[in-house]
Design a protein around this ligand. Sequence first.
Ligand SMILES: [Zn+2]
Length: 423
Amino acid sequence: MTTEHNQRIESDIMTNADFDDMSQTIEGSRTCMIKFLRSMVECPAIAPESGGNGEWEKAVIIENYLAKFGFDDIEHYDAIDPRVSDGKRPNLIAWIRGKNSDKRLLVVTHIDVVPSGDLDQWETDPFIAVEKKGRIYGRGTEDNGQSLTASIFAAKAFLDMGLKPEYDVGLVLVADEEIGAGKGMEHLVAEGAFRKDDMILVPDHGEPEGRLVEVSEKSLVWVKISTRGEQCHASMPDLGCNAFRSAMRYGLLVDEALHKRFNLEDRLFDRPISTFEPTKKEENIPNINTVPGEDVFYIDCRLLPQYKVDDMLVEMRRIADDVELETGLKIELTCELREDAAPPTPEDAPIVQRVLRAVERVYGNKPYPGGIGGGTCAAILRRAGHHVAVWEKVNNMAHAPNEYSVIDNLVNDCKAFASLYTE
Ligand SMILES: [Zn+2]
């Protein structure tokens, strides 16, 4: 450990005794946090695409709470949306000013939730919060109510104790995270809400141990493979062209080629390689004695961020051309979904190091920077050139029936955020 590092610890970080006081304050607001999270569940904020009326009503409830808590510096970046009755989707940043305003720490959470899904699978009403066995049940409790509540109450602890965080802390509460982010995160980025050197935490993904600090994501591509031949009787295959045989030939060749060419390993990821999995297969013919004239299947591709999606698609097309030449059948490739990986956030970025220290301080575990196979809205910020860490401690109940938040996670994550604000 360098002298510089030791000095930083002495000068910048709140002493353990002071932090114990802060943890006590946060423990003291346990009941108040539960009440707040309950009110979040009981005001559904669902996107118009999913049949909802947006987030306005819920944002008003949040703002009333913030005013009561003593937050007096709130910026709005609302996005126009004629599909909802208030005509706007709310995006706000609630600030508490720090000892030093040169740098800013931003914590981004989302106000919106997904619909309940099949009600028969819920044991309680998804929009009435129910507390049992140390958990709060309801839609949006874990995604993203837990972190939204915890990030606000961590800042409230500073206000209650008359303390200042190290830097300006902005609680960024966004709309439209579950569907596309056009009226939420993308709108904020376009409006210039973020500065290049902002330290940003997006607590919207995690795991039950709370050790993974996500800094990198793979590209996600779903490719549809449609092969066209000519249908005929199976006893006289020479009269047609078997689309299924051609598709199988392509499937095997492309599987082998992709694994061979994109074979880098990156230990940052839990699954350290790119993955290419043939998954869905559409029905080609209902009976066994007919040669299918058409065939459709899909490949789920998760490409390490070191590779370009375009290079993979060119390779897939090249092999399709070879099989077309060999079999005389047309093969069409289309992307059903394409999310190019954002540039990873370096492990030594200040936000990552600070989050690692804060998590270890509160949970006493050994957190580590890592990558995941899917997409979070941190990608939008990373694409815009920002360093972003993604962390929270969750049981991965997002979007599931009987979604719940563990109350201890709510309270302890709040302490971790408070520790982060002191860094
Ligand atoms: Zn979420």
